[in-house]
Design a protein around this ligand. Structure first.
Ligand SMILES: *[C@@H]1O[C@H](CO)[C@@H](O)[C@H](O)[C@H]1NC(C)=O
Ligand SMILES: *[C@@H]1O[C@H](CO)[C@@H](O)[C@H](O)[C@H]1NC(C)=O
Ligand SMILES: *[C@@H]1O[C@H](CO)[C@@H](O)[C@H](O)[C@H]1NC(C)=O
Ligand SMILES: *[C@@H]1O[C@H](CO)[C@@H](O)[C@H](O)[C@H]1NC(C)=O
Ligand SMILES: *[C@@H]1O[C@H](CO)[C@@H](O)[C@H](O)[C@H]1NC(C)=O
Ligand SMILES: *[C@@H]1O[C@H](CO)[C@@H](O)[C@H](O)[C@H]1NC(C)=O
Ligand SMILES: *[C@@H]1O[C@H](CO)[C@@H](O)[C@H](O)[C@H]1NC(C)=O
Ligand SMILES: *[C@@H]1O[C@H](CO)[C@@H](O)[C@H](O)[C@H]1NC(C)=O
Length: 281
């Protein structure tokens, strides 16, 4: 009886967000557009608007195209299950003019994500920042202004996840993180960090494989009680505390950082502390 009642509530709210009560399941637009890379960002935004509080958002086992910026912050008691691929578009002129600032070192992001009591489960899914296009466009120069980081975890409390940049967050756990920034062309993977934390407390990174071209894991300013455990790093520079001390008017405190059981292969430095020496960017 109850099941029948729930079934009546199954509604196709908009193409490709299937909403059942507090669960939203996402399907990519490409399925109804003969495989074209139609932007799924509006559906993704809608799914989080509908199910981001006391709900569940499920990315079905399909390829999703993220062609425009996403801001899914202030989530509350939300479980996210990623079964498919999140593929960021290679529209470099778009990204360079539309991303969201993360303040630190003039960096920007394509997807600002955050909330309280949020669990983000990989479950075979992953995201693809299409780095190769950027490495080629970069031609071994340092960061092009406006090159975004794929996902940033912002203002998050009790978040459980895997990924890249953590900002203004507390009690965040990343397990089984896999990052691969490798170039197949003659151009290198300049400035590709694996995992950075900034202004964050009680962050745990446990069991990670990170192949990259810059810092493997960096504890940036005001990172406290950061614990990194069982990590394999390949390429780039290695394990880092910093950069710290970039802005003369804001001191950086890094307290109680632990790196435990870390293997570093083919890196320039292994482990080091980076500080600013009077110049600023
Ligand atoms: C979400 O759940 C919390 C705790 O169970 C409850 O206090 C709150 O009212 C709920 N919010 C909504 C919008 O349902
Ligand atoms: C992101 O969305 C929130 C509302 O959830 C809004 O308050 C905030 O200003 C937005 N941030 C940006 C950078 O657009
Ligand atoms: C940070 O998250 C809290 C909820 O935990 C919210 O009340 C606050 O507005 C958020 N701050 C910003 C700057 O988004
Ligand atoms: C930190 O987050 C975990 C997982 O969400 C939760 O079980 C734990 O109670 C949280 N700890 C604190 C101190 O809030
Ligand atoms: C990393 O990506 C490169 C380039 O796409 C690929 O050749 C390589 O096999 C990947 N490494 C792993 C461990 O998946
Ligand atoms: C670019 O830099 C990488 C090292 O990061 C180097 O291996 C490669 O040869 C350089 N490419 C060119 C074309 O100079
Ligand atoms: C240092 O951080 C660890 C987690 O990495 C935590 O368990 C411990 O209590 C912290 N120590 C102090 C003195 O805060
Ligand atoms: C880091 O913490 C110190 C001490 O609380 C504060 O003065 C400084 O502004 C913080 N830095 C940033 C970038 O928030």
């Amino acid at each position: 009886m109850n099941l029948w009642f729930i079934a009546l509530w199954v509604t196709l709210v908009k193409a490709w967000v299937v909403n059942e009560g507090t669960t939203c399941t996402l399907y990519p637009e490409s399925l109804s557009h003969r495989g074209q890379a139609v932007d799924d960002s509006p559906s993704i935004q809608q799914a989080f608007d509908m199910c981001g509080t006391n709900g569940t958002v499920i990315f079905s086992k399909n390829l999703f195209h993220v062609n425009t910026v996403l801001n899914t912050t202030n989530l509350l008691n939300c479980d996210v299950h990623l079964h498919g691929e999140l593929r960021f578009s290679t529209n470099i002129p778009y990204w360079r003019t539309h991303t969201i600032s993360v303040v630190l070192q003039d960096q920007v992001t394509a997807w600002l994500f955050g909330g309280t009591n949020v669990n983000f489960y990989g479950e075979g899914g992953f995201y693809n920042g299409q780095g190769q296009e950027w490495y080629n466009a970069n031609r071994n120069q340092s960061n092009q202004p406006g090159r975004p980081m794929s996902i940033t975890f912002y203002n998050s409390t009790n978040l459980f996840f895997w990924a890249t940049f953590v900002w203004d967050s507390k009690n965040v756990t990343f397990t089984n993180l896999f990052v691969n920034a490798t170039s197949n062309s003659k151009w290198g993977t300049m400035n590709t960090d694996g995992f950075d934390s900034w202004k964050s407390d009680s962050i745990l990174v446990e069991t990670a494989t990170i192949i990259m071209g810059d810092d493997c894991i960096a504890a940036k300013g005001n990172t406290t009680n950061f614990h990194v455990k069982n990590v394999y790093c390949e390429g780039g520079t290695g394990i880092t505390i910093g950069s710290i001390g970039q802005y003369p008017e804001t001191p950086d405190y890094n307290l109680n950082t632990t790196f435990e059981n870390v293997h570093v292969k083919n890196a320039m430095d292994g482990a080091y502390i980076k500080t600013w020496q009077g110049t600023r960017i």
